[in-house]
Design a protein. Structure first.
Length: 199
């Protein structure tokens, strides 16, 4: 069975503004948890398409303990109202394995296939008081975002590819074409970031 990959564009300013307001407001964790639980219960197809791919504790665990240990879950769930569906990579693994054959470093190929660590998105946008609490919980391994510069740099590099490379690797033509479509769509919204989840 193939990997399911879905992508959305995230309005980073509005999302982080909401997250900070809830966490720093008078309700603090309870307000944040309650907002996450309302979003989790949404039957909206866009919300469901995102939430069903998330690996988070879920409402039962959140109800038992309203604590900082769930901040990363809530950070990811609260993105939902700020997401816009966009094109997705059909095969992130083909991107990860194929790009090095076309001259990309393996690290760059992994980043384009799976995205950057989400903690770096939080660091870029959150107030110091909020990020200090979130960093303790985040750790590494929560990949899934690319910014405008990632998209445009990869697009420029694909435009400069020597067509002769594809004679040796014709199987990479549809992979690169799909990647081009995904990143071109993302580059059309420079004030958003691309959020990617693969199961």
């Amino acid at each position: 069975m193939g990997v399911t990959s879905r992508s959305w564009m995230l309005d980073t300013i509005e999302f982080h503004r909401e997250f900070e307001a809830l966490l720093l407001g008078s309700g603090e964790l309870v307000a944040l948890r309650d907002r996450a639980m309302r979003i989790w219960d949404s039957q909206d197809p866009l919300a469901r398409s995102y939430l069903e791919l998330l690996t988070v504790a879920g409402p039962e665990e959140w109800s038992r303990s309203c604590e900082d240990a769930h901040l990363v879950d809530w950070y990811r769930v609260l993105m939902v109202p700020h997401l816009i569906p966009t094109r997705s990579l059909r095969s992130p693994d083909a991107v990860r394995r194929g790009l090095p054959l076309l001259g990309w470093h393996a690290t760059e190929a992994r980043r384009l296939a799976r995205g950057r660590e989400l903690v770096t998105l939080a660091e870029r946008h959150l107030d110091g008081r909020v990020i200090d609490r979130l960093l303790v919980q985040f750790g590494w391994g929560h990949k899934g975002w690319l910014d405008f510069d990632d998209s445009t740099a990869a697009l420029d590099r694909m435009r400069r590819l020597n067509p002769r490379l594809f004679r040796e690797h014709p199987e990479l033509v549809p992979v690169v074409e799909n990647m081009f479509e995904v990143l071109e769509a993302a580059a059309n919204k420079p004030d958003h970031v691309l959020i990617c989840i693969s199961d």
